[in-house]
Design a binder for this molecule. Structure first.
Ligand code: ZN
Length: 437
């Protein structure tokens, strides 16, 4: 069951409540709705010395979607979950369009200013705008959740592989194909290192196995540098021959395999810049931050029989993951970053010439484009109730887009705000299927 976030009269976060209790609080008039997205209740009284049980926010950062889950470590209950969709592609596309039309204008020798070339200095820690947008999305939600639920710690999937674990395989009787956490981590690492293809024949899209370069029967070790990924045919053809004998007629393959198996994965392939930046910024919140590897997340998820979803991955990241995760009937929020406004003052056509009029005021009669409103129209041709996102016009006759489709010419006097535009759109997702044992 998804729990509901509650704050007290002084806006201090309290323990999230069960939906039944929330309904009771609302119907008895002890609480009111403070915010729609995320849904937060506010108590109409001051909680006497609240000592909420600290809960953990878990994050699985992704390039398109980031999974968020708030988990109670003591009970294993997933309290709140969301999938946060980023708009990195849009940011990038917008900048490319701007660059294109600017170039076009300069090229035509109009009165547009000359390009400047000496303003290219980048501060240390600079991230591309599309990446910064993703980072800021996650930080925004960390801050929001901190205001509404008693977060005591953060877990984040930082690295793709746990290199320390891979370098110390002092485990007897390893089973590489299935089973151990080490096995999962190792397989994942090797597949990435060998680009998901057979080391000997470069075949892709077929089942791949782990092969010992120097066979174990001939004293070969289990170290990562002695392991390659091979298809079943090559693996069997090689058998327990040494590598030099197996590849005697293919010297260029031999050279490539020898070089690649010794080379460790670069840091960039293990932790990317955005994740590092996120990790640093999360540490700056003052909450204890725990980091986990991608292999650990996968291990946690598969051993618990959970489906592959972004928010479930988030709930599974980090070594602190409880043995039993309760996510029955937990419906995640699907949050999509939409941006707020444009800085561009006027639209341009494909050649970069201004079209239409300059941008109007951003606020008309108290409303901004993107606010979620309810309009109850009592007179005229458009009598009815409309709920949706508003598009403002200076004359006060707005456009409302919602489940009913798009309706135009609704005057501001009929509208009342439900949720002000905060740069995100929200839909309710479906609950995860039950765990497969
Ligand atoms: Zn092969």
């Amino acid at each position: 069951m998804s729990y509901l976030l509650v704050i007290d009269q002084d806006k201090r976060p309290l323990d999230p409540v069960h939906p039944g209790q929330a309904r009771q609080l609302l119907s008895s008039g002890k609480a009111a709705v403070y915010r729609r997205y995320p849904f937060v209740l506010i108590l109409k009284h001051r909680a006497p010395e609240p000592h909420p049980q600290p809960i953990r926010l878990k994050i699985d950062p992704g390039s398109k979607t980031t999974g968020l889950a708030v988990v109670n470590d003591a009970t294993g209950q997933v309290v709140w979950a969301a999938e946060l969709g980023h708009r990195g592609e849009q940011v990038r596309g917008g900048l490319l369009t701007r660059r294109r039309v600017r170039r076009g204008r300069r090229h035509r020798h109009t009165r547009y200013r000359q390009p400047r070339w000496r303003n290219r200095r980048r501060p240390t820690g600079w991230l591309a705008p599309s990446l910064r947008s993703r980072l800021q999305n996650v930080l925004t939600w960390v801050e929001r959740l901190r205001r509404f639920c008693p977060l005591g710690a953060i877990s984040v999937e930082l690295v793709r592989f746990d290199l320390q674990l891979l370098q110390n395989p002092d485990i007897e009787g390893l089973d590489y194909q299935r089973g151990t956490l080490f096995g999962t981590e190792l397989r994942h690492y090797l597949l990435t290192k060998w680009e998901q293809r057979c080391a000997y024949c470069s075949a892709t899209g077929i089942p791949l196995e782990i092969d010992h370069v120097q066979p174990r029967s001939k004293g070969g070790s289990d170290r990562v540098s002695n392991l390659v990924i091979a298809c079943q045919t090559c693996n069997q053809a090689k058998g327990d021959q040494p590598l030099e004998a197996f590849l005697a007629d293919r010297p260029e393959v031999l050279r490539r395999v020898q070089a690649q198996r010794k080379a460790p994965l670069g840091d960039a392939a293990v932790v990317n810049a955005t994740r590092w930046a996120l990790y640093e910024r999360l540490k700056a919140t003052g909450l204890p931050v725990e980091s986990g590897s991608g292999g650990l997340t996968k291990w946690n998820r598969t051993t618990r029989g959970l489906p592959k979803l972004h928010w479930v991955d988030a709930a599974c990241c980090g070594p602190s993951t409880p043995a039993h995760l309760h996510l029955l009937a937990v419906c995640p929020w699907l949050i999509q970053a939409t941006g707020r406004q444009k800085r561009q003052m006027v639209n341009v056509d494909e050649h970069g010439f201004p079209v239409g009029r300059a941008k109007g005021p951003s606020r008309v009669q108290g409303f901004r484009t993107g606010d979620l409103v309810r309009a109850v129209v009592t007179a005229g041709k458009k009598i009815g109730t409309y709920v949706g996102r508003v598009g403002i016009k200076t004359d006060g006759y707005f456009k409302i887009t919602g489940r009913h489709g798009m309706v135009e010419g609704i005057h501001a006097r009929y509208c009342s705000p439900i949720h002000l535009n905060d740069g995100y759109s929200y839909t309710k997702g479906k609950a995860a299927p039950p765990p497969q044992a």
